[in-house]
Design a protein around this ligand. Structure first.
Ligand code: FDA
Length: 305
């Protein structure tokens, strides 16, 4: 049953017609429970509120695919505006982005040029940028792009997904760059030829990657809502006396809010991923696919006065 509903929501997340309709209907059909606002400006009060309660943020402009050079440049300029706003409003926030929205599928030169424009501005404003990881067909290209940028800019990180067989090797390859990495299980529908089909293997591999990256001495963001992963990390850092500034927990906005505050109370760094933008539909459906229990949570939000 769970597998069927996962496939169903992942199918919906890719449905272009529903995506267009959802944008037309507007924002208030439950998406505001997991999305920070339609524009970056809308998300500012929320980030300020999170910051005032001891939570760090990373903002992400929603929207994955662009169709031409002009759209990719438009997105680039929007990201640059967000970088400037983070600094202007003194937000304790980083920025996450998807390189398909900056032209990865159009040409490697284009995405590199757009990323360099963003990184120059991010360096100037001291904003850390994380390249989100998309589906497996784009993983290699994304890591190559990351390596090129990391040689030049220090304020950049990326994501490794534990469901992919290749990830342990990718972590080894990246080691020489001492990268700040976000480690996740992985959110896309992947075939068994590239990804572990069994959840237990994905969980086990995530623990393996967390241990390896932390013991190699590099900054690690553990991005998971899973208590077993959080407990594992707590014990690991205690056992190896890893300082609290070498790692942080990350969770999505609207998910396990009480746990987020609890981790802050315990003295851990906790970063909340706040997506914004009117292209929220695919993101929203992927969250429902991960956890169908979120449907009840969203429905409750929709009908609550
Ligand atoms: P998982 O879905 O495996 O659930 C395990 C257990 O955790 C559940 O059984 C339940 O007990 C608990 N749980 C999970 N969600 C809960 C909830 N909402 N409420 C209560 N309990 C819950 N993916 C990707 O492919 N590329 C990326 O760049 C990113 N980036 C990213 C950033 C951040 C900050 C986060 C938190 C996640 C991502 N992801 C991602 C998504 C990630 O790959 C993964 O799909 C989700 O985090 C779901 O996996 P979890 O480890 O959170 O729990």
């Amino acid at each position: 049953m769970e597998a069927i509903s996962k496939s169903f929501f992942l199918y919906l997340s890719n449905n272009q017609l529903l995506n267009r309709l959802a944008r037309k209907w507007g924002f208030h059909i439950g998406a505001d429970k997991v999305v920070g606002g339609e524009t970056f400006e809308d998300a500012i009060p929320l980030i300020q509120q999170l910051n005032s309660q001891g939570l760090l943020a990373t903002v992400d402009h929603l929207g994955e695919f662009v169709h031409n050079k002009e759209e990719a440049r438009e997105r680039t300029l929007e990201v640059i505006e967000a970088v400037r706003s983070i600094d202007k409003h003194h937000l304790h926030s980083q920025l996450s982005l998807k390189v398909t929205s900056l032209g990865l599928d159009i040409s490697e030169e284009l995405v590199l040029e757009n990323m360099k424009m963003i990184m120059e501005e991010a360096q100037k404003h001291d904003v850390f940028i994380t390249i989100d990881m998309e589906d497996s067909t784009r993983c290699g290209k994304t890591l190559e792009l990351f390596k090129v940028l990391k040689e030049k800019y220090d304020n950049i990180g990326t994501v490794i997904q534990s469901y992919l067989y290749r990830s342990a090797k990718d972590l080894d390859d990246l080691d020489r760059l001492a990268p700040r990495l976000r480690l996740v299980k992985g959110a896309y529908k992947e075939p068994p030829s590239v990804a572990f089909p069994e959840k237990a293997k994905v969980d086990e591999n995530l623990k393996h990657l967390i241990k390896k990256h932390l013991l190699n001495g590099h900054f690690t963001a553990i991005a998971s809502h899973d208590d077993a992963i959080i407990e594992y990390t707590k014990e690991l850092v205690k056992e190896h006396e890893i300082p609290k500034d070498q790692f942080e927990f990350q969770m999505l906005y609207g998910m396990r809010t009480e746990t987020q505050y609890q981790l802050v109370k315990e003295g851990y760094n906790m970063r909340v991923y706040v997506p914004y933008g009117n292209d929220w539909y695919g993101y929203f459906m992927r969250r429902l696919a991960e956890r169908p229990a979120n449907i009840a949570f969203v429905l409750k939000g929709m009908f609550k006065k």
